[in-house]
Design a protein around this ligand. Structure first.
Ligand SMILES: [Ca+2]
Ligand SMILES: [Ca+2]
Ligand SMILES: [Ca+2]
Ligand SMILES: [Ca+2]
Length: 842
């Protein structure tokens, strides 16, 4: 391999010695310009308009000068002005003997001499010292890098804001240096990605993609009644929309690959989420998640045990051990006073929590704030402010391009794209390196926010985290960033309290001191995330405010008040986290301050809340306080771009050998069945592709189902209409199928044996009476039902030893099947609470 470098090396050596030789041989340039006495302004002259300039090369021959008895340049100066009406503008750049003359109004003194009939060219041609001259014309040159022919690129203000200067992600300088996310894959975990879309297809990564809703490798979104499965496609376009294809827009990291995991178009379970977070995690580098728990201002929820485990597993084993990068949106519950500290995905130390600002850099009405917010980037704002222009799906009413992508949903993918740019220049950045770099490089915006500078000199606000993400700063810092030491943590014991929460402005104050001795074992010096886990009882938990004060005095509102949260459940072991003490010394006293902002008029909220117990967890590293400061200095030193422009590079370790992902034809709990039921079946049913775990019970369940195993119907039942997810566990099964009229004889047969009156009530009654239904389904009729003579029984359950139950619908038969499916599924869950656990644990 080494020999291939020898030739270019020799050429380089030759060229550089040649240059040195030339420099030595050339006569030294006189520091005094021949035109130094001239009064002409330095080039370029504002008066030198297009077509008015003349370039002239003079003889530098000393004999000529002797012959004519004067300096050639002085002579030119004089002649040009007097005879040709030209003003000299001085030497052209570094070219000795070359001068620029500019035609303009002759000065008053020479006006009498200068005649209109005299052409400057004639005068210069006649001049003995002029070797060559030329009237200059305007050359057409265009900038190479950031001129795209994509028709909506000019509207992509988040990439280049010409109206509000500085209010963009500052990315074009990186593109000019070919930093476009090359070699990096970002996966959009969402409702699917339309990968045949012309702005996505060239950058689409099928290797990183999967459809967990239908359990197949193709995450193509499904059209639905609400026309809203466009979300993932929009996010994908923000990241990697293809430039210069004369279509729509341009992505932040248009050189990266983008994959899709379809998981939001169906009932989401803990296990599905866990699979999504680790899907193809040696292919996918960055997981962009623009979703979360309900933003209604009274939900407290986050990843459940499997989702949590998958996030942790992802940062340990993903990206060959450098850690999957999880970017999550902070939420859109601003109008309900929602706060992302009540969102476990945002709180998680494994996620990069991204909020939104509008194009003025202000917090939009929908944005949420919290102490665990890492940074913000751009999205939509109020009425007259622009939204995000990106790809759109082309199904249903989609046009393939939209200027209406909004909310924190639009912000997270921009952040994911910026991280892709970072990983191109430094592929071995760990998941924590990326967070550190964000804390160091984000810039302050919005002077009206509650900015506080912490003990490490970092500014943070609950609204904007450490500030606006700046792609240029992120990538320059990434280039010189050496991996931080491994993560260490400290956990206090669970501190039992049983202390009443005092009414504001009094507060319950509890403290916990972390000593040097406590930290000795882990070696922790400085902080990253700080987490507090509390169990609190309170009649109206939205009235409780919880504040954490770090040893430096930095205050974090970890439990903000929420006006609409009237929940009486309090907090059961809920973990709040803050990033506001990032980089500070870990040692010292931590104070927890809790107060009850009672409303005197609300009876319900009158009772006294109690802090039952709490626990403090510190995350950080052995980086010393002075090392943190030194890194900040290094990062700022890199901002000039000098490391990007040079061939500087830090070594990157190869990463771990991670065992290949366990690939099975279907996941442990879900299975797509349409391929299994392609042939019309009568009588005994078989399940050739079911897993061993569910084969037995399901098979026997279906065999005993009068719907399927009746001998009566004369019309064959075609199960080619099985269409969607079938969730299967050891003893439970859920699926949707679209059935045709051909089913009706079967159902007709079944009807008389059902108790009760009409189908609806009868079915409902049966559902409620079933203690545990190992088999339930939602079927949607797609054709007329002449024999049944009703709207169609669309939900049902069956358990061994019990008659089947079905439930009639209220929606007209003309409603789109997907809408009917979810409508009935959710009603089903509402009226039959056991099915909630069914949904969770299947
Ligand atoms: Ca699919
Ligand atoms: Ca395009
Ligand atoms: Ca929220
Ligand atoms: Ca987080």
């Amino acid at each position: 391999m080494a020999t291939s470098y020898v030739f270019p090396f020799l050429v380089l050596v030759f060229l550089s010695s040649f240059t040195l030789l030339l420099l030595a041989l050339l006569p030294s340039v006189s520091p005094s310009s021949p035109f130094s006495s001239s009064s002409g302004p330095p080039w370029p002259s504002a008066s030198c308009g297009p077509g008015q300039s003349w370039a002239v090369k003079l003889h530098t021959n000393k004999n000529l000068e002797r012959e004519y008895g004067e300096e050639s340049s002085d002579d030119l100066d004089l002649i040009a002005n007097r005879q040709a009406g030209l003003q000299n503008q001085g030497q052209i750049g570094q070219l000795e003997g070359h001068y620029l003359l500019c035609s303009g109004k002759p000065d008053v003194e020479s006006a009498s001499v200068w005649r209109k009939s005299v052409q400057p060219g004639d005068v210069l041609a006649a001049h003995p010292h002029v070797l060559w001259f030329s009237q200059e014309r305007v050359l057409s040159r265009s900038k190479r890098s950031v001129a795209f022919n994509d028709p909506r690129y000019p509207q992509q203000w988040h990439l280049h804001n010409d109206i509000n200067k500085g209010m963009d992600i500052n990315v074009t300088g990186l593109w000019e240096r070919n930093i476009t996310g090359r070699g990096v894959t970002v996966v959009v975990v969402d409702d699917g990605v339309e990968h045949t879309h012309q702005d996505i297809q060239p950058n689409y990564s099928p290797e990183g993609s999967y459809d967990l809703n239908s359990n197949d490798p193709d995450p193509m979104p499904h059209p639905d009644a609400h026309s809203d499965n466009h979300h993932g496609t929009r996010c994908a376009g923000e990241i990697a929309a293809v430039p210069n294809n004369s279509f729509c827009a341009v992505g932040v990291a248009y050189g990266s690959k983008v994959a899709g995991i379809r998981v939001l178009d169906g009932p989401l379970t803990d296990s599905l989420e866990a699979i999504a977070f680790n899907k193809h995690y040696q292919v996918n580098d960055i997981y962009s998640c623009s979703w979360g728990p309900d933003d209604d201002g009274h939900t407290v929820d986050g990843p459940h045990p499997l989702g949590k485990a998958a996030l942790q597993h992802g940062v340990i084993a993903g990206r060959r051990g450098f850690g999957s990068i999880f970017v999550v949106a902070s939420g859109n519950g601003g109008q309900y006073n929602d706060n992302c500290n009540y969102d476990g995905y945002a709180n998680s130390i494994y996620t990069i929590t991204i909020g939104a600002v509008d194009e003025r850099g202000r917090m939009p009405f929908y944005a949420e704030e919290c102490a665990s917010m890492l940074a913000v980037t751009f999205s939509s704002g109020g009425n007259r402010l622009r939204s995000i222009v990106t790809s759109d799906w082309s199904m249903q009413q989609g046009t393939g391009c939209t200027e209406g992508h909004t909310g924190t949903s639009a912000a997270a993918p921009l952040a994911a794209g910026m991280v892709a740019l970072m990983l191109q220049v430094r592929p071995c950045l760990s998941w924590r390196d990326v967070q550190h770099i964000i804390t160091f490089t984000a810039t302050k915006c919005d002077s009206s926010a509650d900015w506080r500078v912490n003990g490490a000199g970092l500014h943070h606000s609950h609204q904007h985290g450490f500030g606006l993400l700046n792609a240029w700063r992120l990538v320059n810092a990434a280039k010189v960033w050496e991996s931080v030491p491994f993560l260490v943590s400290y956990q206090s014991p669970v501190i039992k309290e049983d202390m009443p929460i005092l009414t504001y402005s009094n507060e319950l104050i509890r403290t916990w001191t972390v000593t040097a001795d406590d930290l000795r074992q882990s070696g922790m010096q400085t902080l990253e995330h700080v987490a507090v886990t509390v169990t609190i009882t309170h009649p109206c938990r939205g009235n409780v405010e919880i504040v954490l004060v770090c040893p430096s005095g930095m205050i974090s509102v970890i439990g903000a008040r929420r006006a609409v949260d009237r929940d009486s459940a309090g907090y059961q072991d809920w973990t709040f986290s803050t990033v506001r003490c990032w980089g500070e010394r870990a040692e010292g006293q931590y104070r927890l301050k809790i107060s009850d902002h009672k409303e005197p008029l609300t009876q319900q909220c009158g009772a006294v809340g109690v802090l039952k117990q709490w626990k403090l967890t510190l995350y950080g590293s052995s980086m010393t306080f002075s090392e943190v400061k030194e890194r900040r200095r290094l990062v700022e030193d890199a901002m000039s771009g000098k490391y990007l422009d040079s061939n500087f590079s830090l070594p990157c370790p190869p990463g771990l050998d991670i065992p290949p992902e366990i690939v099975s034809p279907f996941t442990s709990n879900s299975l797509k069945v349409n391929c299994d039921y392609t042939q019309p079946k009568l009588g005994v049913y078989s399940f050739p592709k079911l897993s061993l775990a569910c084969h037995g019970p399901i098979r026997s369940a279906l065999e005993n189902t009068p719907y399927l195993c009746t001998n009566k119907p004369s019309t064959p039942i075609s199960f080619s209409h099985f269409d969607d997810v079938l969730s299967v566990s050891r003893d439970r099964i859920i699926f949707l199928y679209l059935f045709n009229v051909s089913y009706s004889p079967v159902f007709h047969q079944r009807e008389p044996s059902m108790p009760g009156g009409g189908c609806g009530l009868r079915g409902l009654w049966r559902l409620l009476s079933l203690g545990s239904a190992p088999f339930w389904w939602v079927g949607v009729p797609v054709g007329p039902l002449p024999l049944v003579g009703m709207r169609g029984c669309v939900a049902g359950a069956w358990s061994p030893g019990s008659a089947a139950a079905s439930w009639c619908g209220w929606l007209p038969e003309t409603a789109p099947p997907k809408l009917m499916f979810y409508f009935y599924l959710y009603i089903f869950v509402l009226v039959y609470p056991c099915s909630v656990s069914l949904l969770k644990y299947v």
